[in-house]
Write a protein of this length. Sequence first.
Length: 312
Amino acid sequence: MSTTNRSNTNTLPFLLTGIPGLEALHMWISIPFCFTYIMTLLGNSMVLLTVRLDKSLHEPMYYFICMLAVIDLIFSTAVVPKMLGVFWLDSREIGFEACFIQMFFIHTFTAVESGVLLAMSFDRYIAICNPLRYTTILTSSRTIQIGLLSLARGAGVMTPLMCLLTTLPYCKTRVIPHSYCEHMAVVELACADPSVSDLYSLIVATLLVGTDSVFITFSYGMILRSVMRLPSQEARLKALRTCGSHISIILVFYIGGLLSMYLQIFSSGLAPHVQVLVADFYLTVPPMLNPLIYGINTKQIQEGIFKLLGQL
């Protein structure tokens, strides 16, 4: 294909189908997604406001929770409004650049969230295994630096992938059988060999998720060993309760991500609407659950929210 034709083709918009095979039910399907988005906005905004106003929560652990809340808000807003536009208004068209910008935000902030979860496990490791040095190791400025480093890492590894994907010619159908610009669904529309971008994305995903998972597992393994050595059962329960919310978030994030990825890769014999719904719920449900998990398992956040609500 000539450079001119490739350029012309790559300026055309894509069309999102929503949930393939369930188009007649889009209005009903939109209800849970709309509910989860509203709860995501309310829950994460409440966490951010609570930590902002309660000075007793101005500690590294709560700063990391705030980072997670910001990631969830960006993550959901990059996906759900367009998704609801498809369901409600049949607004299926998405511009070429807008599609890859959405994809960039999804992949970048998935990587950033993984980095923040790793930082949270390190925070708990220092707090429980080396409490006397906690305030000197994890200062407020160092916490912010860790967050910025996670953001830089995510953007740094995803920018080359977006460059690879946007240079491919998309001269097949413009229809994406998904409700957002899902990476694999978009790549299948390319009429050139995408093996370089596929290899890059596989290496990046394996290194990021694999490395972060190993260090998170190591951190919590050391935490568990230290907790079991505590003389008081009450102290052990308190330490485990503190880590419980973090472990819950980690399990939801990684298990959901792996399930969504493997259903996309090994989709043979699986109805298209099933893999699309799983991917959609992975992007929308965890951001809603995270603030609920904080409220249930983190006493200080819970008390801060009740205090804030009492002032309204």
